[in-house]
Ligand binder design. Structure first.
Ligand code: ADP
Length: 849
């Protein structure tokens, strides 16, 4: 016997299955989205709704079935069959709401779920009270279980797939999924039912023993359950939709709040202050960032009060810009100085925009204010360095360019700027700059009166000494105390109001060239590390420029010097060439002249020889008659041929004297001629000087006596020898002694002495006679020269004696010289080479020893 199904109830059960599936998907999404207590609540409520949905699909399916005999269901068992899908749903919702669900989890969870649903069916069958034996087709039962597990897996997978989907987009897909799933669940139920066979047990027909706790199968019951379930499911779906909407809205609000935070942080990250005003541009609410930055209170900056925190010079400009922006309803951009809470003015850049309402009305103004002090400084520094670079490159006159750099530095970088260079061991102030020329003069005068101490611990001299920069952000009063020379100096320094300074060395190629000093005074500015870096960069560039200029000048100078030297060299060469030409010319002339001279000399020699020969012949020829004259005069004087009276005797005497004179004259001339003609032979030998000179005395003695002269000979070392011809030396000495006798008045003093030098012997003849006038001295050695011919005639001279004597002396490698003073006396010195004598050998030995 097989039963039949009520078609409308079957459709109702399928609708329940589909709605349940749809509700399950919605619930999965809610449970996943909810957190904490809400999640648990959704899990519990969802499990009950879903479980009841599955159960009621099953139970309505059961109620749609009839086998022609009365059927009833045991209520407790039915209730138990409802509990099982609730638990299975709880498991399913728990699994899908996990943050991460792997396919393995889905597979593992699908098995108990499918079994639970199958279990629900089995329990449901157990609740059936009917007078029939129920058997099952095992293949269909297995298929039903498989479908249950498969449907569970599909349900889980789909729930996971759609749990996070935006419902507005995924609605239709979820519907399709719900349809598939619903039909699958229903399919499982009806497959299982198809596998059930009912064999009626014959009992009393028309009666059914129904237990008191059992309910009868009626269509009314089925419809009641179906409607109740659908209502419940609709309620759940509606709840989930409402919840989703609410959640979405609160999420939107949260996102909006976050977004605002994010934008505010974003603006604050680049700007120090964000502020808002009302539509009229008046501040009407507290501005926390403005307060933090300026330290001002709300009362102070409300309305237009914020202007009070601006630098007095910037207030009017800022107010005008703001007013203009309010009028034109456009973006307001401004830059002004704002006094920070610590009193320092900071350069701030502000940008304010109107916030419009949809109608075009301004709702409020929003502004961002950024501290651009540092970047403005950086910009100024860059611009300043660029200008400095231009100035330094403009000229090689570095003193001029440094003065211009100092002018650039004021007031951009300092109230005062001084540049000093090391020059010749001292310092040279190349520039002092201040906006007020009177102050510059004042400082120059001050420095002149109180020059800086070279051993100062701070400032320019310290920097030059150490090569290290020096900065003082805040010049303390004690520094002025120690720097000042006296009270007046201190007072004068105070009037300058120096606040802060930087001194940096000018260093190029590791050599300190000077220093740049920057000082802040009346502006009240203070130097910081950034300024120091800028000053150092300035000094570095200036030093390079100085060094380059100096190198250039040096090179130029060297080049000019080289050029000059080259020019001089060229000139010298030209001169030399000229001199060379002249020399060559002179040489040629000289050669010519030498040849001429040689010819002249030869001619002269020939003439001389002829003269000498003539003189020699003449002298000889003259001597013969003279001797005859003398002989005959003597015969007459002897009176052999008759007595001669006194007058005759006197005449004879004169004849004899003149004959003698003439003879002497002739002898002298002959001698001189011989010497001049080189015909004299010298027998040079070592002559013992002392012995030779001593022997001369005897020869001169008669003349000395006749004139009653006192004669002294001062003897010397007997061993000393002279290298000479003894006869010639005697001739010279006799001549000298004869002159001394002749030219000294009777009763005079004549001295002969000698001395030895290392290589020479000097023999001196001294008298205290009338001497020789100074101007005549050189002439007396010339032949035939007599100082006073008249006088000499009476003294019987020829003027040849000294000429002959000097010729002889020189021929023996000696000399004859004179010293004389008129009226006092004369000294003649005969110098002769010294011979190898005992005295000299001794002296040599002593020297060696
Ligand atoms: P002489 O004696 O024959 O005149 P010398 O040649 O010996 O010629 O001397 C030249 C001149 O030098 C002399 O005439 C004389 O005027 C001067 N003279 C030479 N010796 C002396 C002397 N000892 N004192 C002064 N005058 C002298």
């Amino acid at each position: 016997m097989s039963g039949h199904h009520d078609a409308t109830l079957v459709v109702a059960s399928i609708i329940i299955a589909v709605v349940t599936a749809y509700a399950a998907l919605a619930l999965a999404a809610r449970v996943t989205a909810a957190r904490g207590r809400f999640r648990l609540a959704w899990l519990l409520a969802g499990s009950v709704a879903m479980g009841l949905g599955i159960w009621s699909m099953h139970f309505v399916g059961m109620l749609s079935f009839s086998v022609g005999v009365p059927m009833a269901y045991a209520v407790p068992t039915v209730l138990l069959s409802a509990l099982v899908p609730i638990l299975a749903s709880a498991l399913a919702l728990f699994v899908v709401s996990r943050d991460r669900v792997s396919n393995a989890t889905v597979a593992v969870a699908a098995l108990p779920m499918g079994l639970a649903i199958a279990g629900m069916h089995v329990i449901g069958m157990m609740a059936l009270r009917v007078h029939a034996r129920v058997t099952h087709d095992p293949r269909l039962v297995a298929a039903a279980v498989a479908i249950a597990i498969g449907a569970s897996a599909a349900a889980l997978w789909l729930s996971i797939r759609f749990r996070r989907d935006d419902p507005s987009r995924g609605g239709s897909r979820q519907l399709v999924a719900a349809l598939v799933l619903g039909f699958a669940i229903a399919g499982m139920h009806y497959t299982a039912m198809a596998g059930a066979r009912f064999s009626p047990i014959p009992t009393t027909p028309g009666t059914l023993a129904v237990a008191p706790e059992a309910v009868l199968r009626t269509d009314g019951l089925a419809w009641a359950i179906a409607v109740a379930t659908l209502l419940l499911l609709a309620l759940v779906v509606y709840g989930s939709v409402v919840d989703r909407r609410t959640a979405a809205r609160s999420a939107e609000t949260e996102a909006l709040r976050r977004s605002e935070d994010r934008f505010r942080s974003l603006v604050l990250a680049s700007a120090q202050i964000v502020w808002t005003t009302n539509a009229e541009g008046q501040i009407d609410a507290a501005q926390p960032e403005w307060e933090t930055f300026t330290g001002a209170r709300f009362d102070g900056y409300r309305g237009w009060g914020w202007l009070n925190s601006l630098h007095p010079d910037d207030r009017d400009g800022a107010a005008a810009l703001w007013r203009a922006a309010l009028e034109s309803r456009t973006v307001c951009e401004a830059e002004y100085r704002v006094r920070r809470h610590d009193g320092e003015y900071r350069v701030m850049q502000s940008r304010s925009v109107p916030v419009m309402e949809p109608g075009g009305r301004i709702r409020e103004w929003v502004g961002a204010v950024t501290d651009v002090t540092e970047s403005r400084k950086e910009e100024r520094a860059t611009a300043f360095l660029a200008q400095v670079g231009e100035v330094l490159a403009s000229s090689l006159d570095y003193e001029e360019t440094l003065a211009r750099v100092a002018r650039l530095a004021v007031p951009a970088l300092a109230d005062w700027c001084a540049v000093d260079l090391l020059a010749d061991g001292g310092m040279q102030r190349v520039a002092v700059e201040h906006e007020d020329p009177a102050k510059v003069d004042f400082v120059r005068a001050l420095e002149e009166r109180y020059p800086s101490r070279q051993d100062a611990e701070h400032g320019m001299y310290y920097v030059i000494r150490t090569g290290r920069p020096d900065m003082m952000s805040n010049i303390p009063d004690e520094l002025l105390e120690t720097a000042a020379f006296d009270a007046e100096h201190r007072a004068l320094l105070r009037t300058l109001g120096l606040r802060s300074y930087i001194a940096v060395p000018l260093v190029a190629r590791e050599k300190t060239l000077g220093a740049i000093t920057l000082v802040h005074a009346e502006s009240g500015r203070r130097y910081d590390e950034r300024d120091l870096r800028l000053a150092q960069e300035l000094a570095r560039r200036a030093a390079i420029a100085i060094d380059n200029a100096r190198l250039f000048h040096e090179t130029e100078e060297a080049r000019a010097q080289l050029e000059q030297q080259a020019g001089e060299l060229e000139e010298a060469q030209a001169e030399m060439e000229m001199a060379h030409d002249e020399l060559q010319h002179a040489n040629e002339e000289l050669v010519q002249r030498t040849a001429d001279a040689e010819r002249a000399r030869q001619a002269a020699d020939e003439a001389n020889a002829a003269k000498s020969a003539f003189l020699a012949t003449m002298s000889h020829e003259l001597r013969t008659p003279l001797n005859a004259i003398a002989g005959y005069a003597q015969l007459l004087e002897m009176g052999i041929h008759g007595e001669v009276n006194d007058t005759q005797r006197e005449y004879l005497e004169k004849i004899r004297r003149n004959q003698m004179h003439l003879l002497g004259l002739i002898n002298d001339v002959l001698n001189f001629a011989k010497i001049e003609a080189g015909q004299v032979q010298y027998e040079i030998a070592d002559v013992p000087v002392d012995e030779m000179l001593a022997s001369v005395e005897a020869l001169i003695e008669p003349q000395l006596k006749a004139r009653q002269h006192a004669y002294t000979y001062r003897r010397g070392d007997a061993r000393v020898q002279a290298r000479a011809d003894r006869d010639r030396v005697e001739q010279i000495v006799l001549n000298l002694l004869g002159n001394a006798v002749k030219f000294t008045s009777p009763g005079g003093a004549i001295v002969m002495e000698w001395e030895t030098g290392e290589r020479v012997v000097r023999i001196r003849v001294r008298d205290n006679g009338r001497g020789i006038p100074h101007e005549k001295l050189p002439a007396i050695f010339e032949p035939f020269v007599q100082v006073d011919p008249a006088l000499t005639r009476s003294s019987e001279g020829t003027g040849l004696g000294l000429a002959i004597s000097r010729d002889l002396a020189r021929a023996m490698k000696g000399d004859l010289t004179v010293e004389s003073q008129e009226g006092v006396g004369s000294t003649f010195t005969l110098t002769l080479p010294r011979g190898r004598d005992g005295a000299q050998r001794e002296a040599d030995e002593q020297r060696v020893a």
